[in-house]
Design a protein around this ligand. Structure first.
Ligand SMILES: Cc1cc2nc3c(=O)[nH]c(=O)nc-3n(C[C@H](O)[C@H](O)[C@H](O)COP(=O)(O)OP(=O)(O)OC[C@H]3O[C@@H](n4cnc5c(N)ncnc54)[C@H](O)[C@@H]3O)c2cc1C
Length: 455
């Protein structure tokens, strides 16, 4: 690594801040660029949503080591935080610690990353040439920073997938943008006025759709004119209903079961096999047309269609990405939504996340590309390993394991599918499970079999 220059961390979400904490422990100097006004700016958009994983999976060990001497009180590790609590009780105090605060630039959007004086085609001395990170502040001023390495933890929140069924926007989608909400609006709180008494179409089959539909059902109890429509591309909503009792995270299982009851009671109108081909303004609303010609009339559409990584800002770097998932090539097949439906993944770190571009890593939510199953615990292990690799501690970088505060839970599934509930093994007790790296998978079973290919 080029010496005497900071390591750029793009994004001050939970994984970016954890990366900074691990770099500090390694004696490296992080410089964190955050596009939003505060740390956790993406989670700020879904602060009204409750996480399905308890605190013990949501705290990074190095971050906790930084926080503890400040008198910070750890939340109850078994409690399920709201997004707001993740920010207020963890990310904000972490970002305020002087070692982090002095290195955090907020309102700083990274526009591009390259090697100083070299475009992508130029290979000479590439590995020993500093990176340049181009950053724009909120006043529009643009500045280049020279850094020794780059950790991209910028997430995927700013790039929702389009409503159109083929990966492109549906015809008319762009001009209908004022009737399309953000991905997780606070329908019964902050954004209530846009949904009360209106025909709301929720599109998508993931946890975001489930959360929004359940909150809309609450709103409809108080605002009886509210009509809830739900369109999914698949032949059924079984995947969204999830594994129920077999889900390793009970809160996630309960969400699906509740949604099923609301649909069965007729409070939510489900339309399956509804791949959207076009949107058109019609009198007083939108007409949403499926590829088979069916139409739905709505006042507002909530896109819960997942996210994709912003690769444009990495255009001048030499990346090695899975052609389908847009995750690092070795990671892609382990999380491909075609075959996997849960966050369970073999432990992985710097080696799996490496690119031909030396000392550059994509971590966190963005490392999963288009796969929707990322879990924070996975990201924290990624950045522990990446910081070790950048510090030259190859042994620590390669010894990947589950690092959870307290006892943790290792989902041990030595079988062929990551998606079945864990079977407790002889070693699988709280004191020994995390010290057995090989057969232990990081993640929590959903109780669902396989990914889309199983549908
Ligand atoms: C509704 C919801 C619920 C979830 N629940 C759970 C859960 O229960 N358990 C779990 O383990 N995981 C959960 N996840 C998945 C995942 O852990 C979260 O998305 C988490 O926020 C990912 O952290 P991150 O740091 O990788 O990215 P983010 O939290 O998205 O942070 C990225 C940061 O980068 C900034 N940024 C973006 N672009 C730029 C740029 N160009 N320049 C500078 N800064 C930039 C953003 O403003 C943001 O602050 C959930 C996700 C969602 C959406």
């Amino acid at each position: 690594m080029v010496e005497n220059l900071p390591v750029a961390v793009i994004g001050a979400g939970p994984v970016g801040l954890a990366a900074a904490a691990h770099l500090l422990e390694r004696g490296l100097d992080p410089l964190i660029f955050e596009a939003g006004a505060t740390a956790g700016a993406a989670i700020e958009q879904w602060r009204h949503i409750r996480l399905f994983s308890p605190w013990r999976f949501n705290l990074d060990a190095a971050a906790v080591r930084l926080l503890e001497p400040t008198g910070w009180q750890s939340p109850r590790l078994t409690a399920l935080p709201y997004g707001a609590e993740l920010i207020d009780n963890y990310l904000a105090p972490l970002a305020a610690i002087p070692a982090i605060a002095s290195r955090l630039r907020t309102g700083a959007r990274v526009l591009g990353v390259t090697r100083r004086g070299l475009d992508k085609t130029q290979g000479r001395n590439r590995d020993t040439t500093p990176f340049v990170v181009r950053v724009q502040d909120t006043a529009g001023e643009v500045r280049d920073y020279a850094v020794s390495a780059v950790i991209d933890a910028s997430g995927t929140w700013s790039r929702p997938n389009p409503l159109g069924m083929s990966g492109l926007p549906a015809i008319g989608e762009d001009s209908a943008s004022d009737r399309i909400s953000s991905s997780l609006p606070d329908v019964s709180g902050r954004d209530r006025h846009s949904f009360a008494g209106r025909r709301v179409l929720v599109v998508g089959a993931g946890h975001s759709a489930a959360n929004t539909l359940i909150n809309l059902a609450e709103l409809a109890k108080e605002e009886p004119g509210t009509r809830i429509l739900w369109a999914v591309r698949g032949a059924s909503a079984e995947k969204t209903y999830g594994g129920g009792d077999a889900d390793g995270l009970p809160a996630r299982g309960q969400l699906g079961s509740r949604l099923r009851r609301l649909v069965e009671a007729g409070r939510i109108h489900l339309h399956t096999g509804f791949g959207i081909s076009s949107l058109a303004e019609s009198e007083g609303g939108l007409t949403v047309t499926a590829s088979d010609g069916r139409t739905l009339a709505a006042d507002v559409v909530v896109p819960c269609t997942g996210f994709r990584p912003d690769l444009e800002m990495l255009r001048e770097l030499r990346l090695d990405l899975d052609p389908a998932v847009e995750a690092p090539t070795e990671l892609g097949p382990l999380i491909d939504p075609e075959f996997h439906s849960c966050g369970t993944v073999p432990p992985h770190g710097a080696r799996v996340l490496a690119h031909p571009e030396k000392d550059f890593y994509i971590v966190g939510m963005k490392s999963y590309g288009r796969a929707p199953t990322f879990l924070l615990a996975t990201g924290y292990e990624q950045v522990r390993s990446v910081a070790a690799a950048l510090a030259g501690d190859r042994a620590a970088a390669d010894t990947v394991h589950l690092e959870l505060p307290e006892t943790g839970v290792c989902s041990s599934d030595a079988g062929t599918s990551c998606d079945v509930p864990a079977v407790a093994s002889a070693e699988d007790d709280s004191s020994s499970c995390c010290s057995v790296p090989e057969p232990v998978l990081i993640g929590i079973p959903t109780g669902l079999a396989h990914g889309r290919s199983g549908a």
